[in-house]
Design a binder for this molecule. Structure first.
Ligand SMILES: C[S@@+](CC[C@H](N)C(=O)[O-])C[C@H]1O[C@@H](n2cnc3c(N)ncnc32)[C@H](O)[C@@H]1O
Length: 215
């Protein structure tokens, strides 16, 4: 890990507008029964959240997507699985929604699967944004964040920022492609596309440790 870590500005919640959809929002009953909560940001057309919710009936997943066409496609799929009461699809900018709607310390797992790599705007990458401080606040101590990407430099940078800027512990990391993991079932639409193109995918899981959190 030799990359340089630039300072990340402190998060200022007053600079983040409340999302329109939050007025009148109430958590569904299933989200108030004490089951653990997870969050997926940028879930696209929803392959991962739907499978995850089916495979984890005792957990609750909030899945946020801001592109309207993708969200509508995701929501259409959710409607076909009427029994999926443990999945809450949210059409919003996750920065605004998470800042204003998710209580501190309420999440166990966060998924950032194949986020836009922002090649020309490093300060918009998730681990380089002030908002990441708020995202970490929503995580309970010991909670995890998993980030996947097909871009090795983004993976390397995320690992360095996770450890050095945010005091997280890396508890798992993988590099895989069709040659090394021929039986790997793609978790997302983008993962499928990258694996079929013969590319290598990367993922890293960080754990939040209360002792290492910055004030
Ligand atoms: C490259 S796509 C990956 C989609 C999906 N995770 C997959 O792997 O197939 C990134 C997604 O993140 C969404 N996204 C980016 N920024 C977001 C934000 N601030 N809030 C919610 N969704 C966001 C985009 O609309 C897009 O659907």
């Amino acid at each position: 890990m030799q990359k340089k870590v630039n300072a990340v500005r402190a998060f200022d919640p007053s600079s983040i507008e409340k999302p329109h959809g939050l007025t009148g929002f109430a958590w569904p009953a299933e989200f108030k029964d004490g089951a653990p909560w997870d969050l997926e940001i940028g879930c696209g057309v929803g392959w991962h959240p739907i499978k995850y919710a089916i495979d984890n009936p005792s957990r609750r997943l909030i899945a946020v997507e801001h592109t309207r066409e993708k969200f509508e496609s995701f929501q259409g799929r959710v409607f076909k699985h009427a029994q999926l009461k443990n999945l809450l699809p949210i059409h919003a900018d996750a920065i605004r929604w998470v800042t204003h709607a998710i209580p501190a310390g309420s999440l166990d797992r966060i998924f950032l699967l194949y986020p836009n790599p922002e090649p020309k705007a490093a300060n918009k990458r998730w681990l380089r944004m002030p908002f990441f401080q708020r995202l970490l606040e929503t995580l309970a101590p010991g909670g995890t964040i998993t980030l996947a990407t097909n871009i090795e430099s983004y993976f390397d940078e995320a690992r360095v920022y996770g450890v050095e800027a945010w005091g997280l512990e890396i508890v798992g990391e993988r590099r895989f492609n069709l040659a090394t993991a021929p039986d790997e079932a793609p978790r997302t639409h983008f993962e499928k596309k990258y694996l079929e193109r013969g590319e290598t995918c990367f993922d890293v899981t960080f754990r939040k440790d209360r002792a290492n959190l910055r004030p």
